[in-house]
Design a protein. Structure first.
Length: 127
């Protein structure tokens, strides 16, 4: 099954060196967009339909939890990256437009499985 094209927004400076994640996203059919700050993410979201947001929890102009307010009401899925030692946990924050912060965290491999599976689902209609 060929994945559908979806748009993913990666927010934060740690994604500048996340080449393997970016490569996998592209293999699954995602178009990658980048924003270093919450402000840049907001500008991009104002003119680009995004399906998935992956954000660092620590941003230079706020934090990923604050960014959830920007994403409220948009038909997207969002995860926040919480660094731990040499890896990270991914915190589910929004699922198909509904807040879900507090759900169990995902390991990187679990996030990869989720994103690969999501790439095969039809995109939500954007308002």
């Amino acid at each position: 099954m060929k994945p559908s094209n979806k748009d993913v927004l990666l927010v934060g400076h740690s994604f500048e060196t996340a080449h393997s994640l970016i490569q996998r996203l592209r293999q699954w059919g995602y178009r990658c967009h980048f924003a270093g700050t919450m402000r840049a993410a907001w500008r991009l979201l104002s003119f680009t339909q995004i399906d998935v947001v992956l954000s660092d929890i620590h941003l230079s102009d706020g934090n990923g939890v604050d960014m959830l307010g920007i994403l409220a009401g948009l038909p997207i899925t969002a995860f926040l990256c919480l660094p731990v030692e040499a890896s990270c946990f991914w915190l589910p924050a929004i699922e198909a437009g509904k807040k879900c912060l507090g759900m169990p965290a995902l390991r990187p491999s679990e996030l990869a499985n989720t994103l690969e599976g999501t790439s095969h689902r039809p995109a939500l209609l954007h308002a």
